[in-house]
Design a binder for this molecule. Structure first.
Ligand SMILES: [Zn+2]
Length: 315
């Protein structure tokens, strides 16, 4: 590896790992080189790690074929992530425990890699779009539910790098089992997969949470599944609001595409539960559905600066 050379353009292989798909793209000096690619996280007998490795290898080939030598990898992943160690401590939806993802990605491509929680990478993109927003919580809702807390312009990492696991806050006593082993977690009601599962368990037929969302207002079973998700999410938001006083709650991820179908009842429910104080604004991501990928690219640009820092002997 040609460490310490920082004179060339930044060529970042950005990867956004999700429970359903892995997205990736090449960014040269912050500009996307070519249309990104999306692959299933799980395919046949292959696991999530196989999909991620294949993605970074493919992105490196794409970059090199177009004459750009990769300089860094930035990756956002769900789960408990120790960014400093490059370690995914636990990701229930991916089946990962103590996976040294950063090191393995570095070894695959031969360039420095930095990983972070996917909610924090998405929040990084949100901050780039709206730099004036200093206090917010970004809540991506997809296969799972997580959160990135930004307060006074700083992303809260936590003592173990594991802050923001909003999805595993129990909100329903003795509720549904969750993939983490607890019962009644927010994620077991409000994730896209939980909305779909709840609708099907009640007797409905649909292939995605987006389909369930489209049926809200015309299908009593869809109304019920949606209402359960909104209630669980509202409980999580009032807890965050009472603790952190954010200016805004930003909903991202696949379920945010529901727009007003999600935001309107959520604002009403949060407003009712927070009758004793003002509610935060509740919006969908301004960085859009690719916030996680854009944030991973931004993360990759910090790899370069941190590595050049290290090569100069700083601790
Ligand atoms: Zn859980």
């Amino acid at each position: 590896m040609e460490s310490g050379q920082c004179t060339g353009p930044s060529v970042v292989l950005a990867v956004d790992i999700g429970g359903t798909t892995v997205k990736g793209s090449v960014f040269v000096e912050g500009v996307e080189l070519s249309p990104g690619r999306t692959v299933p996280t799980f395919k046949g007998s292959l696991g999530a790690f196989d999909a991620v490795l294949a993605m970074v290898s493919g992105l490196a080939r794409t970059a090199r074929a177009l004459g750009h030598e990769p300089t860094a990898i930035g990756a956002g992943t769900p789960g408990l992530v120790d960014t400093r160690a490059g370690l995914v401590c636990y990701a229930s939806n991916l089946g990962w425990t103590n996976l040294p993802l950063g090191q393995l990605l570095e070894e695959r491509v031969g360039v420095p890699a930095l990983i972070d929680h996917d909610a924090r990478t998405a929040a990084r993109a949100e901050m780039a779009v709206r730099p004036a927003l200093q206090d917010f919580v970004f809540i991506p809702i997809g296969t799972g539910v997580s959160g990135a807390v930004v307060t006074a312009g700083k992303t809260v990492i936590g003592a173990r790098g594991q802050a923001g696991e909003l999805g595993h806050v129990p909100t329903m006593p003795n509720g549904r089992p969750c993939s983490c082993g607890q019962f009644g977690c927010l994620e077991a009601y409000a994730s896209a997969s939980a909305v779909l599962a709840g609708y099907i368990a009640a007797g409905g037929t649909a292939d995605s949470a987006e389909e369930v969302a489209a049926l809200v207002g015309t299908d009593a079973l869809a109304d019920e599944a949606w209402s359960e998700a909104v209630n669980a999410l509202a409980k999580g938001i009032i807890m965050l609001t009472a603790t952190l006083d954010p200016a805004e709650i930003i909903i991202g991820g696949g379920l945010s595409a529901a727009g007003p179908v999600l935001l309107d009842p959520l604002r009403e429910k949060v407003g009712n539960l927070l009758g004793w104080r003002d509610s935060p604004a509740i919006s969908t991501s301004h960085a859009g559905p690719r916030a996680g990928l854009i944030g991973a690219a931004l993360l990759g640009t910090t790899v370069q600066s941190s590595f050049s820092h290290t090569s100069q002997g700083s601790p």
